[in-house]
Design a protein around this ligand. Structure first.
Ligand code: SF4
Length: 331
């Protein structure tokens, strides 16, 4: 025991987390952007929606979500009967912060002929105000199913929205939010890195600004980048997303080399998500012990948010068209 905090340490801490996991009948989810020691003890490691869906399919009573708050809220939306805990309730997201629900509602009211296609990186309240939620992997497919003359608001990530506009040729009204992590990559430093590793492809997340994406050989979700890393023919990849994903790449293909794209001074930690970094093994232990901090969502709000999430799941599966989904909020 650590006398100051009265928490177990070292291997005792790992053993205690394991004991609590069993006693609580808990499933531990680790996002790709979590520290390696959290990824390594998680029952599932992945992207946010994928994790929430996997947890919903288990018979666990408790979901311990090692990620950020909007992800844990998504898990609660899909699993209302499970207890959902988040090791640190301050683990927010700059995209969520950029889009306060009351401002988003006012923006929607100014554009009554637009539907709202909203990136999953937002609060439950904004999900409830949206028509269809998208992820970085499903956005293009869902956008392609909307009638060409349908006007669209896309938020909160202007970089993902701009990427979709360039890729599809479709105009959208963009909410001006950014991910502070992906916004921090430096084109100058990236070009220097490319010069040092000639022939190494660049894989980038679409939350990066266009000036970075223009140098990417592959653009996709974090899972997509991981798949690209496994499948690519070369032996070195430059990775322009949160660098903790590299842990999974090194586990999957240890013979390859993965280099995180640099931030502004070429040597900063500005591409490590400060919100994700708030979660620690100690906080996970306390959360499992106390079943707190706990995600609670008022039932009416949860159901309204679930409508827009369910639309995404139906449209992403490709088996349901927009016309089968009931009236959108703009209509
Ligand atoms: S990496 Fe960016 S989008 Fe993801 S949680 Fe951190 S701030 Fe939000």
């Amino acid at each position: 025991m650590n006398a100051r905090t009265e928490l177990p340490t070292g291997t005792d801490l790992l053993a205690e987390i394991d004991r609590l996991r069993r006693e609580r009948n808990a499933v531990i989810l680790g996002h790709y952007y979590q520290k390696p020691e959290i990824q390594d003890l998680a029952d599932f490691v992945g992207d946010s929606l994928d994790l929430s869906r996997k947890a919903a399919a288990t018979d666990a009573d408790v979901i311990a979500f090692c990620g950020v708050r909007f992800m844990a809220e998504t898990a609660k939306i899909l699993s209302p009967d499970k207890t959902v805990i988040l090791p640190d309730m301050d683990a927010g997201c700059s995209l969520e912060d950029s889009c306060p629900p009351e401002q988003f509602a006012a923006f929607r009211a100014q554009h009554p002929d637009h539907i709202a296609l909203t990136y999953i990186n937002c609060s439950t309240e904004v999900k409830a105000l949206s028509d269809i939620i998208v992820t970085s992997s499903s956005a293009e497919k869902i956008l392609s199913q909307l009638p060409a003359d349908q006007k669209v608001i896309f938020g909160p990530d202007r970089n993902l929205g701009g990427y979709l506009m360039r890729k599809t040729g479709r105009d959208m009204l963009l909410w001006p939010g950014v991910c502070i992590v992906h916004e921090a990559f430096s084109e100058t430093e990236l070009l220097k890195l490319k010069a040092q590793h000639p022939g190494a492809p660049v894989a980038a997340h679409p939350e990066c600004p266009a000036i970075i994406l223009d140098h990417a050989d592959y653009v996709g979700s974090t899972s997509g980048i991981l798949d690209y890393a496994k499948a690519m023919a070369g032996d070195t990849l430059i990775v322009a997303t949160e660098p903790h994903i590299i842990h999974q790449m090194e586990k999957a293909v240890p013979e390859k080399t993965f280099i995180g794209a640099p931030g502004a001074d070429g040597n900063c930690n500005c591409n490590i998500c400060p919100y994700m970094a708030l979660n620690t093994l100690e906080k996970l232990y306390v959360a499992l012990r106390d079943l707190s901090p706990r995600i609670e969502i008022e039932e009416g709000l949860r159901q309204r948010a679930k409508v827009s999430l369910d639309r995404m799941l139906a449209m992403a599966s490709g088996t349901v068209g927009l016309g089968d989904l009931g009236p959108l909020r703009a209509n």
